[in-house]
Ligand binder design. Sequence first.
Ligand SMILES: *Cc1c(COP(=O)(O)O)cnc(C)c1O
Length: 424
Amino acid sequence: MKKPFVTREKAEEIKKQIPTPFHLYDEKGIRENAEAVKEAFAWNKGFREYFAVKATPNPALLKILGEYGCGCDCSSLTELMLAEACGFTGDDIMFSSNVTPAEEYKKCAELGGIINLDDITHIDFLEETIGYIPEKISCRYNPGGTFKITNDIMDNPGDAKYGLTTEQLFEAFKILKSKGAKEFGLHAFLCSNTVTNEYYPLLARTLFEIAVQLKEEVGVHIGFINLSGGVGIPYRPDQEPNDIRVIGEGVRKVFEEVLVPAGMDDVCIYTEMGRFMLAPYGGLVTTAIHEKHIHKEYIGCDACAANLMRPAIYGAYHHITVLGKEDQPCDHKYDVTGSLCENSDKFAIDRMLPKIDMGDILFIHDTGAHGHSMGYNYNGRLRSAEVLLRPDGSFVQIRRAETPKDYFATLDGTEEYKKMFGGV
Ligand SMILES: *Cc1c(COP(=O)(O)O)cnc(C)c1O
């Protein structure tokens, strides 16, 4: 059973100050998990988690993760700006971008971040853009085909736009070496949301074997291997959560089997997890404001897909708890919807829940990553606030909700804007 990290009582208390909907984050859970990740890979001296900023780009949360040694994985100008403003610089930043505009390579180079090239043509593009090839540089690998765990196809790298082919990878490392690069990194992201402890160890084997070949055939010094993101979480109550200790131990075994005998025991392991770091420690708190009985039973709430897009675009399952009714039988079948003029705006379809009364507070689980950050403004809907629940039970708003003025801000300077907001 999935348990919310907040009670109805606490949610009501927060709601008095910060109206629903809002994303609520559990600081205690975030800290415990960050510590567990650190411990799971403590066997590797240079281990570092570069939190994927796109998952939850909030300064308060980035700083908490920073306390556990995490850096930032960025892939856009504004993500770089945010990392910089939060005090991350130099090696604290991994820039795993693709289709990268010139100005973003410039910004990353200025910060001294580690550039992870997504394509062989970017070697020349980068050199023309910033005038040199950094001494420390990484390439993203795409082996093609399908990624299987035992017989199950987990994902389809052959269809993914990212990375270099095996042949290109060897060529790229030769070119980078000839242009003065001294320390090399290898990166791959082959499967998303893997709810199994086997993904990282399997990926690690692929990358470690390639790294040994690169060392032997191209004569490059591999400084780090980046397993990127993709470690999943159990969105459904019947799924078994990953155990990061088992995962870390699995990677260690492969490290000792493949890298150590090749004289590569100094390689640093990096990760770029987003979902695993934060998703379970966030929830979307929303109030039931309408009920509708037509061909189906509908509960309408004050959040909509603009606050959480995953169900609408991926058909993703997010568990829902009706706060205060945790012990009541789930004997009502509902579609739980938002207000968008778009029928995909449903947080749940045919979901068995306790009887919902107007004013009930729903807790939509696992929105701590790829939740608020994916939000958008369709129908002129505004993005919600973000609130941090402290370990001592107090709470603090870490991002306010958007207002109409934010929504119209890019019209500033027009006559219409002046009519709406006066002056300016
Ligand atoms: C999105 C992304 C991640 C994080 O993925 P999760 O599934 O949240 O772990 C890491 N690295 C890169 C390059 C990404 O694009």
